[in-house]
Ligand binder design. Structure first.
Ligand code: ATP
Length: 363
């Protein structure tokens, strides 16, 4: 039985649909990342699950019971918000015990919870410190301990790592996930950061305009995107438009210039107007053999491990690729290169009704 089940949840602000008939099931003990661009409806979703915000329509079930109209306190959900607002005048210990104090927990319980929480978030030596005396990461861990100490079994995390520097963010990803797993909590973590979602989640739900476009394991969402938007938001992609010539055992797509491109099998009928997407990391380039397409290298950006290569084709279409850095100097601006990809790396989608440009737009 899923721990959280949302059924046709809707919430509008005037014309804006922050949640649009949204269905979602989160399994017991699962770490789910909700990934989407700014304004997609991520915070709205978490606030409705936590009870801070009432949906216009739809139902929220916890462990099979309808909690739609229930108060926040009844939900056993802890919300950790973007600005993990600790009480500045309270110490780490007082912050962590805040929820238990309000509920009038006895001293013994408080002490036990405090010791285990401090140990868990590795702040045992700092229980008397005030938030201003702590690093960003320590403050974040204090806020997490406070959320966990509330006795919740559902953890709702709203961009919990956003305010931290890059290095800390990366190390806390693993900690946060393993804490949730150790405590056997179900976690719903919203983020706009695809790397964070891919690394942390058991499953990723990609959300846009209040709707879930795809839900699957990180690998599924990465390798088998459901829409061009997902293909581009989760790892940037190059797109080529054309007409389907065949859809099995591979899809063949003929571009307006007459080039035939290959992708994974699809169920698109012959003659359909379609789009083929290839992740830029899977768009290979060579000077040695013939590929599908030709392009001229415009610029190369050194990114450490990879080179990011921007190119332009004769048609004027721009494409990009990532190649390993050891190829630095072997490919230079002005070179003509051949572009290819493994057939299994191309995904063919029907042409979006609103056109490709609108489909890919990130507000
Ligand atoms: P971000 O990543 O920027 O935090 P988000 O995905 O969390 O974005 P929400 O904050 O849920 O998105 O907002 C979804 C949409 O609803 C946005 O268009 C936002 O402007 C709108 N919205 C949210 N809260 C309100 C409000 N109280 N009044 C009016 N519009 C709102």
């Amino acid at each position: 039985m899923p721990t959280v089940k949302l059924v046709k949840l809707s919430k509008s602000y005037g014309d804006i649909k922050a949640a649009d008939n949204l269905d979602l099931e989160v399994k017991d003990g699962e770490y789910l990342c909700v990934l989407g661009p700014t304004g997609a409806g991520k915070t709205t979703l978490l606030r409705m699950i936590s009870g801070l915000l009432a949906p216009d329509k739809g139902k929220i079930f916890f462990n099979g019971k309808d909690y739609t109209g229930k108060e926040i306190e009844e939900r056993k959900a802890a919300l950790l918000s973007q600005t993990y607002a600790l009480f500045p005048q309270l110490t780490v210990e007082e912050n962590i015990l805040f929820g238990l104090d309000i509920r009038g927990a006895d001293e013994r319980t408080k002490e036990q919870v405090l010791i285990s929480m401090l140990d868990l978030v590795r702040l045992s030596g700092r229980s008397d410190a005030f938030p201003r005396e702590l690093s960003g990461g320590m403050q974040q861990r204090t806020a997490l301990a406070r959320a966990l100490a509330s006795g919740a079994d559902l953890l709702l995390l709203d961009e919990p790592l956003r305010a931290l520097d890059a290095r800390l963010r990366i190390s806390l990803r693993t900690e946060l996930r393993s804490l949730a797993k150790t405590l056997n909590m179900t976690a719903i973590h919203v983020t706009h950061d695809q790397d964070e979602a891919l690394v942390m989640a058991d499953r990723v739900a990609v959300i846009r305009d209040g709707r879930i476009l795809q839900i699957g394991t990180p690998k599924e969402v990465w390798d088998e995107p459901a829409t061009p938007f997902v293909a581009n938001f989760v790892g940037q992609s190059n797109f080529f438009t054309g007409e389907v010539l065949q859809s099995s055992p591979l899809t063949l797509l003929r571009t307006p210039e007459g080039t035939v491109l290959k992708g994974r099998p699809s169920d698109l009928p012959q003659g359909t107007s379609a789009v083929l997407g290839v992740k830029i990391g899977n768009t290979e380039l060579t000077k040695e053999r013939k590929g599908y397409l030709k392009a001229r290298v415009e610029r190369i950006i050194f990114e450490g491990r990879n080179l990011h290569v921007d190119m332009v084709m004769d048609s004027g279409q721009r494409i990009s690729s990532k190649v390993p850095s050891w190829r630095k100097g072997k490919i230079v601006a002005g070179d003509m290169v051949e572009i290819y990809w493994e057939e299994s790396k191309g995904t063919v989608f029907p042409m979006p009704p609103s056109g490709l440009e609108n489909e890919l737009k990130v507000e």
